[in-house]
Design a protein around this ligand. Sequence first.
Ligand code: DGY
Length: 330
Amino acid sequence: MGNRGPGLGRLRSPAVARVLVARQLPEGGLDPLMAAGHELLQRPGDEPYTADELIGLSREVDAIVCILTDRIDAAVLQAGAPRLRVVANVAVGYDNIDVATATELGIAVCNTPGVLDETTADLAFLLILAACRRATDAEADLRAGRWTGFHIGDFLGVDVHGATLGIVGYGRIGRAVARRAAGFGMEVLHHTRSDTGLTGWVGELDDLLPRCDIVSLHVPLQDETRGLIDARRLALMKPSAVLVNTARGPVVDEAALAVAMEDGTIFAAGIDVYEREPVVHPRLLAAPHAVLLPHIGSATEATRRRMAQLASDGAAAVLRGDRPPNLVRG
Ligand code: DGY
């Protein structure tokens, strides 16, 4: 059949499939799978399965619905094949899944593009504002009872309005951040490897960094983006610059970022994602002017529900033999 993709062209779908739901999902998130009458395998609580448990369970199911901390590696996929037909990730990033092996084995992979763009862009902007204006330091002082009243030189930050914002990776989320920047009268530059043909495109990241007051990262985690912002690139930024990361932690060398804030190479950072979550580099925790959030870019009730439903929709589509729009291409 012309529209069959990975995992879609096998024998007829069982009318009722078994779906491993690896974690708790928002209310209504599994509706598409339940409406199709599939059997859901889900344990109470939100304890992640171990690697061995995932390997064992993948043999017994036709589909897995998982989140970004569930590592669906070659061992899980190989154990699941040939019965396992689809892995649906309740996240837009899918670096937790070995897509190349899934594709080889004919297992479809789905993600959640589109439904979290605005929510994640809101959080990127929150981090831009909070880091530029030192909101975390200032609030911590107040809460700790250290505030002695208004002082003309306290908690001086940098302006967001009128600043030059550099967006690294100019997909849906990067563009949603750019739309917000327009309201703050910012000049927006963006960097992608291939020319977008749009105003503000800068072909070399090394040329973009020195020109920006604020740099916001919106690239997926891939071999080429791992360690993209390292000590050398931090040194290209202005001493007054602010770095924001709502993409994936390993895109930034966390230790180098902490040092850059300690020694004034850059002014501040707003970070939502970490190299080894949930561990945060101790120097980053202690770094001056760091605003640190626990991976909450898409964390609103409505968005998390839409993400779960989109992942479930994708899994349900594959199980009935259709090609879902949110199929990840290997
Ligand atoms: C994603 O979807 O990849 C985010 O990191 C979590 O929403």
